[in-house]
Design a protein around this ligand. Structure first.
Ligand SMILES: [Zn+2]
Ligand SMILES: [Zn+2]
Length: 182
């Protein structure tokens, strides 16, 4: 039987840590993220005040925090569904968010909030998405070999996620379905 994604023995570099700017909300990541992506969409530019957002996608139970709860801010999205952004209630830095339709079971961690050691372990993006909206001065050709480029969202899912990623996504989807059915 395949190891569950949270089995610590299969991820010797983990757990890793991060926090908001004022350290009010330290958090722990227990396994490698499913994906790290740079989103160049115009909303991510506006929300970060920068050229793109860098998010690590990970199951919520593998990204935990002890102590104070983040403030959950429903932030508008073009689809109207909204994005729930978890922010430190003191310094207001965004830590992670939940997009729909992934639901609350999947978190999109703001990679820049990881500490320096953790960022080395997580590494750079595996994909650039929504390049059709990117800042005109960004040139993604210099981001390294094998980093995928998409004008919008992914179009070759199986190839992108790989075997382990697809296995974890399947577990996630089954859990979400069970949550909806209960
Ligand atoms: Zn803070
Ligand atoms: Zn975006």
């Amino acid at each position: 039987m395949a190891l569950p994604p949270s089995d610590p023995a299969s991820h010797p570099d983990f757990p890793i840590h991060g926090s908001c700017a004022c350290s009010h909300i330290p958090y722990t990541v227990h396994a490698p993220p499913l994906n790290v992506q740079c989103c160049h969409c115009i909303e991510c530019q506006r929300e970060t005040g920068s050229a793109f957002a860098t998010n690590a996608q990970i199951e919520s139970e593998l990204l935990t925090h002890d102590g104070p709860e983040p403030e959950i801010i429903n932030t508008p999205t073009p689809s109207g569904a909204g994005q729930l952004i978890a922010r430190c209630p003191v310094c207001k830095v965004a830590l992670w968010s939940n997009y729909f339709p992934s639901g609350t079971g999947m978190r999109f961690l703001r990679v820049g909030t990881l500490d320096a050691r953790a960022q080395k372990i997580v590494g750079g993006p595996r994909a650039h998405i929504f390049l059709e909206e990117k800042s005109p001065w960004i040139d993604v050709t210099g981001f390294g070999e094998g980093v995928k480029q998409y004008q919008g969202y992914y179009d070759d899912k199986a190839e992108f996620w790989g075997e382990d990623g697809l296995r974890r996504l399947k577990i996630f989807e089954e859990k979400e379905k069970k949550k909806r059915d209960d």
